[in-house]
Design a protein around this ligand. Structure first.
Ligand SMILES: Cc1cc2nc3c(=O)[nH]c(=O)nc-3n(C[C@H](O)[C@H](O)[C@H](O)COP(=O)(O)OP(=O)(O)OC[C@H]3O[C@@H](n4cnc5c(N)ncnc54)[C@H](O)[C@@H]3O)c2cc1C
Length: 420
């Protein structure tokens, strides 16, 4: 009698899980069923990395991941490593290249990765049903029945849940996976948006919409520094954004949720010391005394002009003021603002602006093969789990490696009565 492995959700994790199950099929007639709520598989893959798909990273370490509870992604990489993931693509003709440590397809097109999954799933004879939103799961005998929104039911001996989280709502992510896991009695932690912008109560910052510069940003719990990141900062009408802010968004959101006083301190000239800046300003004013620059010109070449205007205005100064009219203390104050601009964080962007969901199904209830300890034959992978990574290819790596672990284990697991 033929058996079925059903995979619910065809994102990066689900596509990899279905493929791995198919490649490890225990019998030729084992059916691999990939059920997807939207009209196309891999919708989110296509928008990752600004359409270029930053699919992995040369360095995958524990410090690149967060968990709301105490889930640990590293054992997954012990079962299917990031190196195996890269080999998976290269063996199928997808050349990869890296920018720094960040890995992309050589084509720099996310479509290449989504297209590869489509091609390989077809080659491995995975049965794909799109427009199939699964809303229920129940046990039946030693297997499961998953029920679609329209009433169709699918019986499977093994089920892999890979429905993602809540981030990217326009891409079909409604958090159904948490409900399905809950129906099976699994523990789901609190969830919140991560890799998103931070809201501030600083009107001056918000008015500097459009500034993009390199900065070092430190996150503070009251007066205690909890994390520091350097990279691209964007000032937008909504708040602070850019990669440097995304990297701080999980710990910042966690502090806000605990009701802590949350601040960031921005260094707008991270590669130059306070003393170097001061020396440059003094030399500038000495070299051309007759110029007597306006404040708006004083920081020319030192920091982004939009950031300079914002700092001058936030310090209560006007940009037209002549620099030599400034008291030395006023110059010191401006430099302090350039090197340590402190701002209160009041919230984060929502799921519609987030790249990933923090929190999810706790891995403490799963085996090392990501099978539910309490539900034999039920596996979970990807963003649905309580693991979220920094920007840099860490989330897709975890999604695909965990998918590979589930798919392989589901195919190879011995049924209680007989092998699949
Ligand atoms: C704009 C954006 C850019 C990103 N860029 C990067 C990047 O460059 N690098 C990186 O590492 N990470 C990136 N991420 C994060 C990364 O894309 C995700 O963490 C990863 O894709 C999660 O994969 P997944 O398969 O677990 O979930 P998803 O990709 O969310 O896939 C889940 C799938 O399940 C389907 N589904 C949901 N509910 C049901 C249901 N009830 N029944 C059937 N199907 C269902 C969904 O339609 C979806 O296709 C980005 C995210 C976003 C939003």
């Amino acid at each position: 009698m033929s058996r079925t492995i059903a995979v619910v959700g065809a994102g990066a994790a689900g596509c990899m899980a279905a493929l791995s199950a198919a490649m490890n099929r225990p019998a030729a007639d084992t059916r691999i069923l990939l059920l997807e709520s939207s009209s196309r598989i891999g919708a989110k893959i296509r928008v990752t990395g600004n359409g270029r798909c930053n699919l992995s990273n040369l360095e995958i370490l524990p410090e690149h991941y967060f968990s709301v509870g105490s889930s640990d992604p590293m054992p997954v990489f012990g079962k299917f490593s990031p190196q195996e993931l890269r080999a998976f693509f290269e063996e199928r003709g997808v050349f990869l290249h890296s920018r720094g440590n960040l890995i992309y397809p050589l084509t720099d097109r996310a479509e290449t990765i989504a297209g590869l999954f489509e091609r390989e799933l077809e080659k491995e004879k995975v049965q794909i049903l799109t427009d199939t939103r699964i809303r229920g799961i129940r046990t039946e005998g030693t297997g499961y029945v998953v029920r679609a929104e329209d009433g169709r039911e699918f019986r499977a001996e093994r089920v892999i849940l890979s429905c993602g989280g809540l981030a990217g709502r326009n891409l079909g992510c409604e958090g159904d996976g948490y409900e399905l896991a809950g129906q099976m009695g699994l523990t789901v932690t609190a969830c919140f948006p991560a890799l998103t912008y931070l809201k501030t109560d600083c009107a001056g910052l918000n008015a500097a919409d459009g500034v993009r510069c390199t900065a070092a940003v430190s996150l503070y719990d009251g007066t205690e520094k909890v994390r520091e990141e350097a990279g691209e900062l964007q000032l937008t009408r909504k708040g602070l954004s850019g990669i440097v802010i995304f990297q701080l968004s999980h710990p910042a959101a966690a502090l806000i949720r605990k009701g802590r006083e949350t601040f960031v301190v921005i260094d707008f000239a991270p590669e130059v010391s306070h003393e170097q800046l001061l020396r440059q300003i003094r030399e500038r004013m000495k070299r051309v005394p007759e110029e007597n620059p306006m404040l708006s010109e004083l920081f020319f070449g030192m920091i982004h002009p939009g950031a300079a205007s914002m700092i001058i205005r936030s310090a209560g100064q006007v940009e037209e003021r002549r620099a030599r009219k400034l008291h030395p203390q006023e110059i010191e104050d401006l430099l302090m603002q350039i090197k340590s601009f402190r701002v209160r964080i009041t919230g984060t962007g929502g799921y519609e602006d987030a790249q990933v969901t923090a929190g999810g199904v706790s891995m403490s209830g799963l085996t090392e093969n990501l099978e539910a300890v309490s539900r034999k034959g039920l596996y979970l992978c990807g963003e649905l789990l309580d693991v979220d990574g920094l920007c840099g290819g860490y989330n897709l790596t975890f999604a695909m490696c965990s998918g590979a672990v589930c798919g392989r284990a589901a195919a190879q697991a011995q049924d209680e009565r007989s092998a699949l």
